[in-house]
Structures are given as C-alpha cells and as structure tokens.
Design a protein around this ligand. Structure first.
Ligand SMILES: [Zn+2]
Length: 291
C-alpha cells in the first residue's frame, strides 16, 4: 500500500503544480463559475492550447452530452449505462451508433430530471440538486461512511489512483484504491474499472450501474467503469474521464458548470479534471443520511 500512496502523492503533486495557471476568459464571463473555480484546487488546461483560449459566454457551451441507456426490470431494479462521447463524436452520432447496435431506452443527458436515475439530470448548484436530482447512493452497511473500493484493472495511462485520491477527500464517503482485486470485506463495495480497445464505438468511457428503485441504493457488483483505448487523449483527457466516470460511480449526476469534471458534456475541453465544490457539497448532503 505504501507504494500506491507514493504514486498517489506524486500524481496529486503534479495537479497542484499546474493549479496556478491563468484562467481562461470564460471564468471572468460567469461570476458563479469563477467563484466555483476559485474554490476548487483544480488543474486547468495549460494556457496556450487552442481549447483553453476559447471564450465561452455563460460558462456553458453546446458540448456533447453523455448518452444514457436506461431500463427497469420487473424485480424493481433499474439499469443505467452512461456513455461519454469520444472527442469529435456528437451525442446524436453516438446515440445513432448505439441504436444500431440494438441498445434501447436511449436519451441524451443534460435536460432530463428523471427521478432517481443518476446522471439523467444536470445540476448547477448542489442546493437545487437536492430536490431535482435525487441521487443513487451506496449503502452504509454499518459503516459511518460507505466504503467504496475502486478496483483498478486499467493500464498506466488511466490515472485511477489520482482520481480516487481526489474523490476520497469527500467527507462522508470513503473512496479506496485497490489494484486488480476486490478485497471482499463484508459491507464494503467494489467498483471495477477496465480499459481496452473497444473499437470505434463513439464513446470514450462509460459507467454502468443498477439500483433498487425502492430505496435508490446501488446494487453491489453492478457498477462498472470502462475506458475505450481506441481513442487517445492528452493527460488532461485521461484525468477528466477518470474523474467523471468515478463521480457517477459514487452517485453523482452531471454538473452544468465547466468548472467540474462532471460537466455534462465532458468532451468540452474546457471542463476541469477535478470536481468542484458543488459536487462535494452534494455528496456530503446525500451521505449525511445513513442509507
Ligand atoms: Zn457522464
């Protein structure tokens, strides 16, 4: 474990090292986003890249939203897959691709407010999210804080240790890192993460989960993250995707602020590689109740 701790601290150090870069004009155009951005110890895209220089009025752009595949089975369990479009792929193209592959119950994230279907709605502040986006959550199972192991099967390019470290700073839920094996400790949960060349599917990453419609608890073993190595990214892209999918795996929906890695159209390259204060506040609120 000491070895992992060192890796994590090195990665965390590299985030802090770039946190001081100048903010793009978009933040100045949106006071709310600017405040959130200032509050987060976030890594921005380096100044000088094309993406960082683009001004985005209002902090929101017509990015490419996740595509959701949802169904409910007769046993009171809902099943969701949230697909993050690859760079250069539109939500509509991804949706058409998935439909062609026989996927049903498809919709674009960003506008919906479906009760209890995590990632089917988008929040701007954690306070409004309390009523509009009831999140799916992990059961405490006797622990003060739910214990979630991110079980990493991915290659070294995917910064799962770093994203796990970041999410673990949330006060009321523990995000723990494991290499390759679920520890199988009673009452704890495991989220498996895989990467592979899944081909030209149109999605860069996906999170799949099931939950009980009665109490909105995640179904153990159902939450899986996949990263598609068919597409390549810069280091910011890898971290964005890891942070984004792991946020879904904790029960968070999409954030309409580009200051969050849970921005609903993550492929908008101005989105940061870390959560913002609303993400953490929402997690704290959700897990202030024992589930
Ligand atoms: Zn998403």
């Amino acid at each position: 474990m000491a070895r992992y701790a060192r890796v994590i601290s090195v990665l965390a150090g590299s985030i802090i090292a770039v946190a001081g870069v100048a903010e793009p004009a978009a933040w100045a155009a949106n006071p709310h986003a600017a405040k959130q951005h200032a509050a987060a110890t976030s890594a921005q895209l380096p100044k000088g890249t094309a993406a960082a220089g683009q001004a985005q009025q209002g902090g929101e752009t017509a990015g490419e939203a996740d595509v959701l595949e949802t169904s409910v089975t007769a046993d009171g369990v809902a099943h969701v897959v949230s697909y993050t479009p690859a760079a250069g792929v539109t939500s509509d193209q991804l949706l058409a691709n998935l439909a062609k592959a026989g996927k049903k119950g498809l919709s674009k994230s960003g506008g919906g407010t479906a009760q209890g279907s995590s990632a089917a709605c988008t929040y701007y502040t954690w306070n409004t999210a309390k009523t509009t986006c009831p999140s799916v959550h992990w059961a405490n199972n006797g622990y003060t804080r739910p214990q979630v192991y991110f079980v990493d099967h991915t290659g070294p390019q995917w910064p799962v240790p770093s994203a796990t470290y970041t999410w673990n700073t949330a006060a009321r839920i523990d995000s723990l890192y494991r290499w390759a094996t679920c520890p199988g400790i009673s009452g704890t949960h495991c989220v498996n993460l895989y990467d592979a060349n899944y081909g030209a599917t149109g999605w860069a990453g996906l999170t799949t989960w099931s939950y009980y419609t009665g109490n909105l608890n995640f179904v153990d073993g159902s939450v899986v993250i996949k990263f598609n190595d068919y597409y390549s990214y810069n280091s910011y892209g890898y971290l964005q995707d890891s942070c984004h999918e792991q946020g879904h795996a904790l029960g968070l929906d999409h954030n309409s602020s580009t200051g969050s890695c849970l921005y609903y159209a993550i492929r908008n390259s101005s989105a940061t590689t870390v959560p913002n204060s609303d993400d953490f506040n929402l997690l704290n609120w959700v897990y202030s109740t024992v589930h």
